[in-house]
Design a protein around this ligand. Structure first.
Ligand code: AMP
Ligand code: MG
Length: 315
């Protein structure tokens, strides 16, 4: 199959209407989208990604009417929807029967969000159906933040990549679940926990497990092929002396085989925008080991630390 990259929203819409999967830009990362109500198309997502069936997808909606078609919205969700949508916040809510079990891995809940990217919002208008879309990468690997990243890994397996430029946020959405009358944090992400807690109070944090409620919680995930070590860069450089080390640093240069500084001015949002591209670059480089600095555990730093910890986890 030839994979075309372009900016033709109408073409992407036609393909989705025909039951194909299409890569779409969002403000978080690129998604691999299908009509959420077309089971065969959704199955193709799992095949293309080599994603295990126990890992459910996020449903992307255009508006409130589409949200009500897929989920039962508890009154407590309204304030979050008002404040954070469209944007990088996913809510896990009781599902409507019309949502195929394949989308939710048989769970009685559905993960749903309203994306902020203008091109994908135009696409949602054109197709007039919610789109199920996980990240557009092979299961377990680093999420794509440019159309080129998608082409590198899924080229030849999908017909079209809608090119909306580099993702503005650069890390996946924050996922919250409404469970036993409280909000549970399944995955830190593009919507800072502090901003959410300012609206709904302290979040309960879900415990990791082998069969996670959110497979973003899998111990090893978001991982490059090369070994990743996270911590104090200088001591890790001493530990790997004599090897070709690629360093990912927040704000300062380090003397190493390669060093990528994410944000010299120390802006966590800027660092998040670059993190996955840099992980891919170092993975494709001649470095033997990737060493990453731990970020301040605040704002987008939490999401970056979470992804790096899972990238470093034993496979
Ligand atoms: P991705 O877009 O690749 O980050 O994958 C979607 C994420 O949404 C996965 O990490 C899933 O765990 C999470 N997710 C989707 N549906 C549910 C659900 N019903 N309950 C909990 N997490 C979900
Ligand atoms: Mg993913």
């Amino acid at each position: 199959m030839t994979t075309v990259t372009g900016t033709d929203v109408a073409q992407a819409a036609r393909l989705l209407e025909q039951g194909a999967v299409v890569a779409i830009p969002t403000e978080t990362v690129y998604g691999l989208a299908a009509d959420a109500f077309n089971e065969e198309a959704v199955l193709t997502i799992f095949t293309v990604k080599q994603r295990p069936a126990f890992d459910p997808l996020i449903v992307h909606v255009r508006d409130r009417a589409q949200l009500d078609r897929v989920a039962v919205v508890p009154p407590q969700a309204e304030v979050l929807i008002d404040r954070f949508w469209p944007g990088p916040l996913t809510l896990v809510l009781p599902k409507r029967p019309a949502v195929p079990d394949l989308v939710t891995s048989g769970l009685d809940t559905v993960a749903v969000r309203m994306p902020a990217h203008t091109m994908t919002r135009a696409l949602l208008d054109a197709v007039d159906t919610p789109l199920a879309a996980p990240s557009a990468n092979p299961f377990g690997y680093v999420s794509p933040t440019t159309a080129g990243h998608v082409q590198d890994q899924l080229g030849g397996r999908i017909p079209y990549i809608l090119d909306g430029g580099a993702c503005a946020v650069g890390v996946e959405s924050t996922i919250l679940g409404w469970q036993q009358e409280r909000w549970v944090l399944f995955r830190p992400g593009g919507a800072p926990v502090e901003a959410i807690e300012a609206v709904v109070g302290p979040l309960h944090v879900a415990a990791d497990s082998a069969r996670p409620q959110a497979p973003g919680m899998l111990e090893s995930h978001y991982a490059p092929r090369k070994p990743v070590h996270v911590g104090d860069v200088d001591s890790l450089l001493r530990r790997f002396a004599g090897r070709a080390v690629g360093v990912i640093s927040f704000r300062t240069e380090h003397a190493a085989h390669r060093c990528e500084v994410l944000s010299p001015e120390g802006d966590l949002a800027v660092a998040a925008r670059h993190l996955f591209a840099v992980l891919r670059e170092l993975d494709a480089s001649d470095c033997q080991v990737i060493v990453a600095e731990r970020f301040p555990e605040e704002g987008l730093g939490r999401a970056m630390n979470d992804r790096l910890r899972r990238a470093a986890a034993r496979r």
